[in-house]
Design a protein. Structure first.
Length: 264
């Protein structure tokens, strides 16, 4: 039995319905009863339903938010974060302004978006938080991540605009088809580095960890652990590096992965 399973949200824990299925929760609850640690590992922030998911997966453990830029302990409330350098924030904001992209600022447990674009409104609904147009100076905490919410066709332009100034990763949600969520974190900060931090805290070897994901921003984490697992709906690049493959999110592939983790 693997002692730690790290779980992506969009396309893994959550499918087109916008929330985990009863079958997935049953598999997660069974894993907890077995004594396994389950760590949410997402680019989302630590608020709203996403934080509730973390509490249910492990009410007294570390979880990864903001694509590795923040770790939050659901038992103690402790936060470990990696602030995004101001020059990176400014560069990203300038690019968003030039191109008219929806642009979000994130602290560990808060976010702001100063846009009335329908994508901004729809994304707030997706993450389960009230849409409020706010300026970045109202953000509660230091910026750990910024994010562009754009049609897929804009991703290349964002990568060109950011260059090598920061770590740029892309994620998708089955709830918002055709849209990319492009996260910007400090260089060297990824889901993989955050998993290594949790592994050290728990005294677990990386070879004995499963990471289950589906997107571009899961690739490094899937490659870094001993039991990287690709959902059936995963991007081709992730499937290529995964050790295990399970069903599509609409077929409760995460439940398959959790059951597999008990046999390894």
């Amino acid at each position: 039995m693997l002692p730690l399973v790290c779980i992506d949200v969009d396309g893994t824990l959550v499918g087109p319905s916008g929330s985990p299925t009863a079958e997935v929760w049953a598999a997660a609850d069974a894993a907890v009863r077995r004594g396994q640690h389950l760590a949410l590992t997402t680019a989302r922030g630590a608020f709203g339903p996403t934080y509730d998911y973390a509490q249910r997966l492990d009410p007294a453990g570390w979880h990864i938010f903001h694509a590795g830029a923040a770790l939050v302990h659901t038992g103690t409330g402790d936060v470990k974060e990696h602030q995004l350098p101001q020059h990176v924030v400014d560069r990203a904001a300038a690019a968003a302004d030039t191109h008219g992209w929806v642009f979000e600022y994130y602290a560990a447990t808060d976010y702001t978006v100063n846009s009335t674009d329908p994508l901004a409104v729809e994304h707030a609904e997706l993450v389960g938080t009230p849409y409020v147009q706010r300026t970045p100076d109202t953000l509660d905490g230091a910026v750990v991540r910024v994010q562009f919410v754009v049609p897929h066709r804009e991703v290349g332009a964002i990568r060109s605009a950011m260059g090598d100034a920061a770590c740029v990763t892309e994620a998708h949600s089955p709830v918002m088809q055709g849209i990319s969520f492009v996260s910007v974190t400090a260089n060297g900060i990824t889901k993989a580095t955050a998993i290594a931090d949790i592994a050290e805290a728990l005294g677990i070897d990386m070879g004995h960890i499963m990471m289950v994901g589906d997107g571009d921003n899961d690739i490094e984490a899937v490659r870094a652990v001993g039991h990287g697992t690709a959902m059936g709906n995963a991007v081709a690049e992730l499937k290529d590096v995964a050790r295990h493959h399970v069903g599509h999110v609409v077929d409760n592939g995460l439940a398959d992965a959790l059951e597999l983790s008990a046999r390894l």
